[in-house]
Write a protein that binds this ligand. Structure first.
Ligand code: FES
Ligand code: FES
Length: 159
């Protein structure tokens, strides 16, 4: 069997421009994790159901496993690695830490990125708005209460 064809794309990830050779069937998650070594976005279900792979593409939250890398060509991607300089935490990440917003932590990058998109658009969300914005993200450890508290605290600290 022959390998599927590859194509070169240019993509900006965390403010750095990259030219990558990607296979036509690769997802944006494949490109981030396997080509760029950015493993913050997690591969949970790989079928658009868990939100563990959430990143921002041109400012909007997407499931990176459901976006073809070719479709993301020319786009601007923000991953959890880009929220703060290396070794530091953004205020939102700090709120997750302070409020115990994760247990095993596998889902945390996805929740943080979904919350980032929410707070960018709506800095003072209600609990209902937080729940709605995070409704595409699943936590197998059932830490939903602490996750809600984390986003609530991040919003309060920014206001
Ligand atoms: S890994 Fe993408 S939605 Fe689950
Ligand atoms: S903290 Fe373990 S899956 Fe959410």
């Amino acid at each position: 069997m022959t390998n599927p064809p590859a194509a070169d794309i240019t993509i900006t990830v965390n403010d750095a421009e990259h030219t990558l050779s990607v296979r036509h069937h690769w997802s944006l998650l494949d490109a981030l994790r396997d080509a760029l070594g950015l493993t913050g976005a997690k591969r949970g279900c790989d079928r658009g159901e868990c939100g563990a792979c959430t990143v921002l593409l041109d400012g909007r939250p997407v499931n990176a496993c459901q976006v073809l890398a070719l479709r993301a060509a020319g786009g601007r991607v923000l991953t959890v690695e880009g929220l703060a300089p290396a070794g530091e935490l953004s205020p939102l990440q700090q709120a997750f830490l302070d409020e115990d917003g994760g247990q095993c932590g596998f889902c945390t990058p996805g929740f943080v990125m979904a919350a980032r998109a929410l707070l960018d658009a709506n800095p003072a969300p209600t609990d209902a708005e937080i729940r709605e914005a995070l409704s595409g993200n699943l936590c197998r450890c059932n830490a939903y209460g602490r996750i809600l508290a984390s986003v609530r605290a991040a919003a309060a600290s920014a206001s």
